[in-house]
Design a protein around this ligand. Structure first.
Ligand code: GUN
Length: 285
């Protein structure tokens, strides 16, 4: 039976570290500040934004929330980003994705000052990650690396397979595994022999967005399985991309959904915001 990797406890540990460092910064009169922008009324996005705000309060950050209607124009959104770019109380800006149809998400991301881009979505930060000279790591992939390390999984030299190639998870995930000296394969909807490739994986990362996509016959016995998916089953219950009950019997360790990767994304966001505040005040990281 696989060890369950407890994302909640690892996340709590990371947040506690951030809280202690924030206390020290406050002695110097510095309060890290995060602005979270939500456009429209997607219920999942609303939940994520609430959790991000709650985490800010836990670690002692200043936070602002902008909940804008789905009818918000591109210009209004760009104006808000511009205002936040120039606001000294705000060290990190997060515009929750996806934006409602009709809004140009790429343009919004590019408008965020790279120094305040705590999602690490700006092309300048993406490029920095590619060459290994970065200040911020994208929150979800960074959280996955943290979970693997906590679980005692060695990445160097291992076969790592990432299923999914999104800009938010799949692509940066592959890059971070490569930085850790993993041998990395990215699979996607056009991949042939998906099952065979997945069965080679010592570390299998599922970021597909389809419930029970990863079945037991796709998993090598003893593999570490990380489930990035957040889906709903037919009863409306949260579930990941992995058939947890079956795969748990084969893997050496596995993340549950909920309580695995999700809490880590938020913890890494807090870490990035703390780094942003330090950098903007000319302090060492
Ligand atoms: N939507 C889903 N995950 C994320 C994330 O990490 N950041 C932002 N901004 N939007 C998201």
């Amino acid at each position: 039976m696989a060890e369950r990797i407890d994302g909640k406890s690892v996340s709590a540990k990371v947040k506690e570290e951030v809280r202690l460092e924030t206390e020290k910064l406050k002695e110097q009169g510095i309060v890290p500040g995060l602005a979270v922008v939500l456009v429209g009324d997607d219920p999942a996005s609303r939940t994520y934004v609430n959790n991000k705000k709650k985490a800010c309060a836990q670690v002692g950050f200043y936070s602002e929330e902008y909940a804008l209607p789905a009818t918000t124009s591109q210009e209004e959104l760009m104006d808000l980003v511009d205002r936040l770019n120039h606001d000294p109380k705000i060290n990190g800006i997060l515009v929750q994705s996806p934006l409602p149809k009709g809004l140009d998400e790429e343009a919004v991301v590019e408008a965020i000052s790279p120094e305040k881009d705590v999602d690490a979505f700006h092309p300048s930060n993406v490029g920095r990650i590619m060459i290994g000279n970065f200040h911020f790591l994208p929150c979800t992939p960074a959280g996955v690396i943290e979970l693997l390390k906590t679980a005692g999984v060695t990445i160097a030299g291992k076969n790592c397979v990432v299923i999914g190639r999104s800009n938010i998870v799949g692509k940066p995930m592959a890059m971070l595994l490569l930085h850790e000296n993993g041998t990395v394969t990215i699979c996607h909807s056009k991949t042939q022999n998906l099952k065979e490739i997945c069965r080679q994986a010592d570390i299998l990362i599922a970021a597909v967005g389809r419930k029970h996509f990863v079945t037991a016959d796709m998993v090598k016995p003893g593999a570490a399985v990380i489930d990035v998916g957040i889906n709903r089953d037919e009863n409306g219950k949260l579930c990941g991309d992995v058939d947890f009950e079956a795969v748990e019997k084969i893997a050496s360790c596995i993340t549950p959904v909920p309580g695995g990767v999700g809490p880590m994304t938020i913890a890494m966001l807090m870490k990035n915001t703390l780094s942003a505040a330090k950098i903007q005040h000319g302090l060492p990281l």
